[in-house]
Design a protein around this ligand. Structure first.
Ligand code: AMP
Length: 550
C-alpha cells in the first residue's frame, strides 16, 4: 500500500496544524487504514491493534472532523477501561483540537468526584471519554445523554470485557441510537469481544495491524530459566546487567507486587509498587514518579498497569508468566512503542515451558532462552557503563571550576592509575561485593531430569498453610488439591503433606507458591463455604510432617 501524508488524507487545516505541532510526520499504519475510510463517512470498524500504534488519533481525528460545533449535544462517546487511559485520550483530543475553538471534550471516570464531572457535562460535551462504570452511573442519574451520538468507540475492548464491564457496556450501548457508527479497538479478539461486535456492528471493516494477535515487531522476547526460589536474585541480575533499564516488572498478585517492590527498594533500587490496594492519590503519586523517572522500575499487577501511558520503556519483565496467556501480549506491548525497540524478559521455571510455547503461538514470535548473566559479566557491563557516563560528563565552564585547584592539590600525590582504580572501586564496590563468588542461577537441564522424577521440592521448601474446615464439613485430602488447582488455575503447584482434622485442615505447598495459593484460595469456596487460608505456625507444621504425604 502506498502511504499517504496527512495532507493527502484530507484532514482539515486546523487538525493538520495541530498534528504537525505534535511532531507527527506521516500517519501510522493504523491511521493509514482508518483515516481515509472514516473521513469519507460512517463505517463500522474492528481494528486489532496494540496500544502504541497511534490508534487514538486513528479514531479521534475523524470524530473531530465530523463534530458539529454549532450543536451542543454529545456527538461521540469513547469508552475505555481505565481512568488513566480516559485522561490520556481526552488529553490527546485536546491537543488535536487546539486550533478548533469551542470544541468541548469531557473525561468522566470512577474514583473521582462525580459532582465535578456533572458540572463539566452541564457546560456541554461534544465528545465524552468515559470508563463504563462511571458512564452508566451518569446515564442513570440523567446527567449525560448519549441518545444523539453518531459515533461510539470501544477502546481496548478486550480489557473492558476482562475487567467485567460487559453488562455496563450493554446497558450503555442500549441507550445509543441504532444507526450510529461503532468503532472497536482491541489488542486481542476473545470470543466475548466477537459477540459484542456481532451484536452491535453492521458489516464492519476488519483491520489488523501486524499479524493477528501478534506483539509489536519492535519487541524481542527472551526468557531465563531459574529455580523458582531464585526468581528475585535473577531479577536483580537482569536489572544490574542493564544499567539504563526503565521498566515495568509484572507480578501476578498484589502481595507479590508489594514484596518485590519492597525488596528492590531495600536493596537500593529506584522502584515502587502499583497495585489495586492503593488509593487513587497513591496511584497517581507512583505513576507521576515513574513518568518523571524518579523511579525506574515499576512493579505492577496486570490490572494496575492498564492504561498506564508510558511510551519509552526499555524493558518489560515478567517475574513469572501471567496466568492468562493472552495477558502476555498486553504486558509485552508496553515496550517497543512509538517506533522504539524494547525487550520483554520472562523469568520462568522448568514447569512453565509448555506455557511459553503456547504464548509463542499467540504472539507468533519466538521467545529465546538467554542465560542469567554471571556476576563477572554484570560487573564488566557496569564498568563499561561507568566509563560511558564519565566520558559524557560535560566539562568546561561552571561553578565546579572554582573548586578544581583545591581538589587537584589534595590529589596531587596520586597517579593516574591510582585515581582510576579508586574511582572504579568507589563506584562499583557494593556491586563487586554482591557478585563476588556469585553462583550460577541458570537452571541446568540435567538437574531438571532428576527433578521431574522427584516432583516435590526438597525438605525445607514447604510452607505450611491451614484452613478452618475439616472432616466435620466433609473435607477430604483430595479436596485440598482440587481447591489449590482451582485457586491457581494450574496443576503446577507442588503440594506436600495434607492433614485433615475435625474442623481444620493443614497442608503444605512449595514455599514459592504459598502467596499465590493464599491469594487464589480467597476466591474459591468449599461446598458454598468461603475458604480462609492462613499461614500455619511452626508447632502445627511439625504435626503436619507426620501426616500422610501426597
Ligand atoms: P496510541 O496508540 O494512540 O496510544 O499512540 C501511541 C503514541 O504514538 C502516542 O504518544 C502518540 O502521540 C504517538 N503518535 C500517534 N500518531 C503518530 C504519528 N502519526 N506519528 C508519530 N507519533 C504518533
Amino acid at each position: 500500500m502506498t502511504s499517504l501524508s496527512f495532507e493527502q488524507l484530507g484532514l482539515a487545516p486546523e487538525l493538520l496544524h495541530a498534528v504537525k505541532d505534535l511532531g507527527f510526520e506521516t500517519p501510522t499504519e493504523i491511521q493509514q487504514q482508518t483515516l481515509p475510510v472514516l473521513l469519507d463517512g460512517p463505517k463500522d470498524i474492528i481494528a486489532l491493534s496494540q496500544t502504541g500504534t497511534g490508534k487514538t488519533a486513528a479514531y479521534s481525528l475523524p470524530i473531530i472532523e465530523h463534530i458539529d460545533l454549532d450543536a451542543w449535544h454529545t456527538q461521540a462517546l469513547i469508552l475505555s477501561p481505565t481512568r488513566e487511559l480516559c485522561i490520556q485520550i481526552a488529553r490527546d483530543i485536546e491537543s488535536y483540537t487546539k486550533y478548533i475553538h469551542g470544541l468541548r471534550v469531557v473525561a468522566v471516570y470512577g474514583g473521582a468526584d462525580i459532582q465535578k464531572q456533572i458540572k463539566q457535562l452541564k457546560k456541554g460535551a461534544h465528545i465524552i471519554v468515559a470508563t463504563p462504570g462511571r458512564m452508566l452511573d451518569l446515564l442513570k442519574r440523567g446527567k449525560a445523554d448519549v441518545t444523539t451520538i453518531n459515533t461510539v468507540v470501544l477502546d481496548e475492548a478486550d480489557e473492558m470485557l476482562n475487567m467485567g464491564f460487559k453488562e455496563d457496556l450493554n446497558a450503555i450501548l442500549f441507550e445509543t441510537p441504532r444507526d450510529k457508527n461503532t468503532l472497536l479497538f482491541s489488542a486481542t479478539m476473545p470470543p466475548e469481544a466477537d459477540r459484542l461486535a456481532k451484536q452491535y456492528m453492521e458489516n464492519p471493516l476488519r483491520i489488523t495491524i501486524g499479524k493477528k494477535n501478534a506483539g509489536s515487531v519492535n519487541v524481542s522476547h527472551v526468557y531465563y530459566m531459574v529455580q523458582a526460589r531464585d526468581r528475585y536474585k535473577a531479577l536483580r541480575r537482569l536489572i544490574d546487567y542493564n544499567p539504563d533499564m526503565y521498566a515495568i516488572v509484572f507480578c501476578r498478585t498484589r502481595r507479590e507486587t508489594r514484596e518485590i517492590a519492597d525488596h528492590l527498594m531495600r536493596d537500593g533500587y529506584e522502584a515502587d509498587a502499583l497495585h489495586g490496594e492503593l488509593t487513587q492519590a497513591q496511584r497517581d503519586h507512583v505513576m507521576k514518579k515513574f513518568r518523571l523517572r524518579n523511579i525506574r522500575l515499576l512493579v505492577a499487577t496486570d490490572v494496575a498497569a492498564r492504561g498506564l501511558d508510558v511510551n519509552d520503556l526499555s524493558h518489560v519483565i515478567n517475574i513469572d508468566l501471567p496466568e492468562d496467556v493472552e495477558a502476555y501480549t498486553h504486558r509485552s506491548g508496553r515496550t517497543g512503542r512509538a517506533g522504539k525497540t524494547g525487550v520483554c524478559m520472562s523469568i520462568i521455571h522448568s514447569r512453565e515451558k509448555s506455557k511459553l510455547r503456547r504464548i509463542e503461538q499467540i504472539i507468533k514470535a519466538e521467545i529465546v532462552r538467554q542465560p542469567i548473566p554471571s556476576g563477572e559479566k554484570i560487573v564488566e557491563q557496569q564498568v563499561l557503563h561507568f566509563v560511558e557516563r564519565l566520558r559524557s560528563v560535560e566539562t568546561g565552564e561552571g561553578a565546579h571550576q572554582a573548586l578544581l585547584p583545591a581538589v587537584g592539590e589534595k590529589l596531587a600525590d596520586m597517579s593516574r592509575e591510582e585515581l582510576i582504580e579508586r574511582l572504579v572501586k568507589l563506584e562499583l564496590e557494593l556491586l563487586l561485593k554482591l557478585y563476588k563468588n556469585a553462583p550460577d542461577l541458570n537452571f541446568k537441564e540435567k538437574r531438571r531430569d532428576r527433578e521431574e522424577r522427584r516432583p516435590a521440592p526438597q525438605r525445607g521448601n514447604w510452607a505450611g498453610l491451614e484452613i478452618g474446615l475439616g472432616e466435620k464439613q466433609g473435607m477430604q485430602a483430595g479436596d485440598i488439591i482440587g481447591m489449590i488447582n482451582r485457586a491457581t488455575r494450574s496443576k503446577d503447584v507442588p503440594v506436600g503433606k495434607i492433614r485433615v482434622q475435625h474442623s481444620r485442615t493443614y497442608f503444605e505447598v512449595d514455599a514459592d507458591y504459598a502467596d499465590w495459593v493464599m491469594e487464589g484460595m480467597r476466591k474459591v469456596d468449599f461446598r458454598g463455604r468461603p475458604v480462609y487460608v492462613e499461614k500455619s505456625g511452626p508447632g502445627k507444621e511439625r504435626r503436619v510432617k507426620k501426616a500422610r504425604r501426597y
